[in-house]
Design a protein around this ligand. Structure first.
Ligand SMILES: Cc1ncc(C[n+]2csc(CCOP(=O)(O)OP(=O)(O)O)c2C)c(N)n1
Ligand code: SF4
Ligand SMILES: [Mg+2]
Length: 314
């Protein structure tokens, strides 16, 4: 559906908004049109492949600039939005999800993609992860898990395995690591999947499935930090003598306990969708409240209702 040509008043005159072509006539964005700055990641970093697959997703699914937003916190992986020529935010460390929640709830027409690292997601942002998951706010969250803080040059992360030697654990990590899959399921995420940067087709498949899910879609994507944790995921990579085992076809994705059991398998474990259930999103629940309130205020605009409330407080 094309919009009418409109004049938008600006200082010094009007500008004419040209109506967009109908979706059916628009061409998918090309990589050239969606890539921004040259990524500053180390050569060989796993994050490159995740970015390349995001571009592929945008092209394949005909996602145009005005339909999506790309949000991240802080970290090497969180530099993501810099490299995407689209609306996006490089936000505060660990706070990408609350920001993304605001965007998702206020702009249900957008698809919100969030990218970040294991530290950003489970350390400083751990609290936000749990709450965004339980609220089932519609978005796709890809955690590029490299088992280390890359940007700050090798500290232990919440997913680093015991014994990992880093600047914060010179004798080797002693703490029990977080299992991102179990964490996501327990927190109430309604879509939980696992993939690895060394299998591009699988990454794309998981991103598409998460995007199509109506709710909080979480993907743990193993993404090697070749600088500070080289070889971490070799045992999951058939090209390095490892094993890439898919979730068994018989697995029931709505069975929470079965999903837990899959998540409990020792590394390299399984890849694919562990858990997927339908539960109303906060977006839908709030829209319902809003619609009921609208009936009472007889078509007032949101800002007018706010104004009324402020006036009452005077
Ligand atoms: C409030 C705050 N605390 C600490 C930092 C320092 N810091 C920046 S990135 C980061 C960890 C990044 O690790 P991760 O999220 O795993 O991303 P990676 O670099 O590994 O992709 C830390 C501790 C910061 N920028 N802001
Ligand atoms: S430090 Fe590690 S995570 Fe960061 S860009 Fe380099 S390889 Fe990637
Ligand atoms: Mg990391």
């Amino acid at each position: 559906m094309s919009l009418p040509v409109t004049d938008i008043p600006v200082r010094g005159g009007n500008i004419t908004a040209v109506p967009p072509l109908p979706d059916s006539e628009r061409k998918p964005l090309t990589k050239k049109e969606i890539s921004a700055d040259h990524p500053t990641w180390c050569p060989g970093c796993g994050d490159f492949s995740v970015l390349a697959l995001y571009f592929k997703l945008i092209e394949k699914r005909k996602l145009w600039h005005e339909k999506i937003t790309t949000i991240a916190g802080i970290g090497c992986s969180s530099r993501f939005p810099y490299f995407v020529q689209a609306h996006g935010v490089h936000y505060i460390h660990g706070r990408a999800l609350p920001f993304a929640s605001g965007v998702s709830l206020s702009r249900p027409d957008l698809h919100v993609f969030v990218f970040g690292g294991d530290g950003d997601a489970f350390s400083i942002g751990g609290n936000h992860f749990n709450h965004t998951a339980r609220k089932n706010i519609k978005m796709t969250y890809v955690v590029m898990d490299n088992w280390v803080y890359g940007l700050t040059k090798k500290q232990t992360s919440p997913t680093s395995p015991p014994g990992f030697k880093s600047k914060t654990d010179t004798w080797g990590a002693v703490d029990q690591p977080i299992n991102p899959m179990k964490q996501a399921i327990a927190a109430g995420a309604t879509f939980v999947a696992r993939t690895t940067h060394t299998n591009p087709n699988h990454v794309l498949q998981m991103m598409e499935a998460a995007m199509d899910h109506d709710g909080f879609g979480f993907i743990e994507c193993l993404s090697e930090c070749v600088e500070f944790y080289p070889g971490a995921f070799d045992s999951s990579n058939p090209r390095k003598g490892g094993a890439f085992n898919l979730v068994p076809e018989t697995h029931d994705v709505t069975d929470e306990i079965a999903a837990y059991k899959l998540a409990d398998e020792p590394f390299p474990g399984r890849f694919g969708i562990f858990y997927k259930v339908d539960r109303p999103t906060k977006n839908k629940l709030e829209a319902g409240i809003d619609a009921k309130a609208q009936e009472k205020v007889k078509g007032l605009k949101h800002w007018q209702i706010l104004q009324q409330n402020f006036d009452r407080m005077k």
